[in-house]
Design a protein around this ligand. Structure first.
Ligand SMILES: Nc1ncnc2c1ncn2[C@@H]1O[C@H](COP(=O)(O)OP(=O)(O)OP(=O)(O)O)[C@@H](O)[C@H]1O
Ligand SMILES: [Mg+2]
Length: 220
């Protein structure tokens, strides 16, 4: 099987506390893995470890069979471009129009001048429009992000990942502000995207029901 992540005896200390302790896991290409756990269990922290934001205090995390900690510079950036994260706090720039926040999914491949130009004359508008259609808010392309509801913002964060088009999607409670129907639509969209394109999904969820119905496997 084609392993995407392999964690061996991983622990992570933040400040004085041990947030993750002796974690062992393997995640294969194309798998959809749900993270389930009570508040404070370490779901967001584990996702931050998988995208390279944190490094294990002890143990080793491998991505595509390479030690994540040993990846530096260009090689690290190349791998990190293939990881798209939907953060629990979304990390959108509220003062910008939606189109710019979605286009942020392109930043990994755009040069600085191109990115700066796009802030004045938004580029790739057709692709942004398509991504916003997929998440059900095409009419919000030029709306100011601060004027969207929580659920609409979550959909902007998902559209940004659609634009990035990474091999691995890490989603941290991406449906927490959505009503039941929208939650189902969003989960269907994520799963369909991953199944169709062979992407790997690691998703933290509070709903055991969705975790069971939409994931291949759960990590608790
Ligand atoms: N930067 C940090 N420094 C110190 N402790 C941290 C830091 N980030 C998280 N923690 C601690 O790590 C633990 C796990 O936090 P984490 O955010 O991963 O939980 P979670 O499972 O995502 O919770 P929730 O369901 O509420 O989002 C918590 O006890 C938290 O206080
Ligand atoms: Mg969390």
């Amino acid at each position: 099987m084609n392993l995407v992540f392999s964690g061996q005896k991983i622990s992570l200390n933040l400040g004085d506390s041990t947030v993750l302790d002796d974690l062992n896991f393997e995640i294969s290409a194309g798998e959809k893995v749900g993270l389930i756990g009570s508040s404070g269990a370490g779901k967001s922290t584990l996702l931050s470890l998988l995208n390279g934001q944190w490094q294990p205090t002890t143990g080793e995390l491998k991505i595509w069979d390479k030690s994540f900690a040993k990846l530096k510079g260009k090689r690290r950036r190349k791998i990190q471009r293939q990881i798209g994260t939907i953060y629990q706090q979304l990390h959108l720039v509220d003062s910008l129009a939606v189109v710019h926040n979605v286009n942020a999914g392109n930043l990994g491949r755009w040069s600085f001048p191109k990115a700066a130009f796009s802030l004045i004359f938004p580029l790739e508008q057709k692709l942004v429009q398509k991504a916003l259609e997929q998440v059900g808010i095409p009419e919000k392309m030029f709306a100011k992000t601060s004027e969207l509801s929580g659920g609409q913002k979550q959909r902007v964060a998902l559209a940004r990942v659609l634009i990035q088009d990474p091999e691995i999607i890490l989603a941290d409670e991406p449906i927490s502000s959505l009503d039941p129907q929208l939650s189902r639509d969003m989960m269907d969209l994520l799963v369909e995207l991953c199944d169709r394109r062979g992407k790997t999904l690691v998703i933290s969820l509070h709903s055991l029901e969705f975790a069971k119905s939409h994931c291949d496997r759960l990590i608790g």
